[in-house]
Design a protein around this ligand. Structure first.
Ligand code: PYC
Length: 325
């Protein structure tokens, strides 16, 4: 269903702790469906050209997360949003939700106070504060498997937890000698990619056989005065998260709570690979103490307002699809 006439797509770009978000604010048709999950299916089926045209090269790059604003399915929401990246649609995305929040504020669509945003994983709330700060109340997050072991070629046995924080994560400590640092990104990427493939080969999944498509590796913070931990997160299309990853921080909070290493209300400062920090808290426990509601605060900044020009008669008009599997 690629269009045959030229398209003008209005976008607003931002970054959250260094991780880019491109919000589609006008020019695209509404995805169909009565629920946000159905709208995401419709987007994946009918608008894949828009995904590749907007986030893949030559207009974007592998790290860009796209956010399609649409009508919400749930009541009282200011917007619905479908997140996507270089290889497909995401379940949830909190750095992206922070980007959407500052974008809505930039457009004058939201002011102070708490606002509800509908997503395929459920309703989240956002509150925009001063200096780019955004607080997101996430969907229920939980650990589904403790201390899973998997043999990873070239690395040996790796132990970690499987948790849901709006995406499926495998959370583990960095292997001996592999420091979470910017000059080790190549090695960290190789490790996470090998780990992800080993999980798939061993049939280690999230609930209902869902693929674990985010790998989160932890190490000590650069400055213990500023953060409690530092992570490296590899996203589904082999790009690493420049931010501390909000759904990953939520998964970490769920694991910390499952181990009774954090109390409700206490602050967890999660640094990412660039040392930008998300502050996470558990607001409340739900589902008989089996899940928690994480609240994550970060900062997002508008970087561009633009119109993407898509002329179907030109080379790579709909982007260069990333075929990483
Ligand atoms: O912040 O949740 C997040 C996220 C997911 C993928 C990239 N960022």
């Amino acid at each position: 269903m690629t269009p045959i006439s030229p398209q003008r797509i209005r976008v607003i770009d931002s970054h959250t702790g260094g991780e880019p978000t491109r919000v589609i604010v006008a020019g695209a048709a509404e995805p169909h469906g009565a629920t946000m999950a159905a709208k995401r299916e419709s987007f994946a089926r009918e608008f894949d050209w828009l995904r590749t045209a907007s986030v893949c090269e030559p207009r974007g790059h592998d790290a860009v997360v796209g956010a399609m604003l649409c009508e919400p399915a749930a009541d009282d929401c200011v917007a619905g949003v479908i997140f996507f990246n270089n290889v497909g649609c995401l379940n949830g995305c909190l750095h992206g939700t922070m980007g959407v929040a500052v974008t809505l504020a930039h457009l004058g669509k939201i002011g102070g106070g708490i606002h509800r945003i509908d997503t395929p994983t459920g309703v989240v709330t956002v509150e925009v504060g001063d200096g780019g700060s955004v607080t997101v109340r996430n969907v229920p997050s939980y650990r589904s498997r403790i201390a899973a072991d998997v043999h990873v070629d070239g690395y040996g046995w790796v132990f970690g937890d499987v948790a849901w924080g709006g995406n499926w994560f495998f959370l583990t400590e960095a292997p001996d000698g592999l420091v979470i640092a910017q000059d080790r990104i190549g090695e960290l990427t190789e490790f996470c990619w090998a780990l992800r493939q080993a999980l798939a080969a061993d049939g280690i999944t999230g609930d209902d056989g869902s693929e674990i498509d985010h790998i989160e590796v932890f190490g000590p913070p650069t400055d213990p005065g500023l953060a409690d931990s530092k992570n490296f997160v590899l996203c589904p299309g082999k790009a690493y998260d420049r931010s501390p990853c909000g759904t990953g921080t939520s998964a970490k909070l769920a694991c910390l709570y499952a181990d009774r290493e954090i109390e409700v209300g206490a602050c967890w400062r999660q640094a990412g690979i660039l040392d930008s920090v998300f502050e996470g808290r558990i607001e409340v426990c739900v589902e008989n103490d089996e899940a928690v509601i994480p609240v994550v605060t970060g900062s997002a900044f508008i970087t561009a307002e633009a119109e993407l020009l898509i002329d179907p008669t030109t080379p790579f008009a709909f982007g260069i699809p990333n075929l990483t599997k």
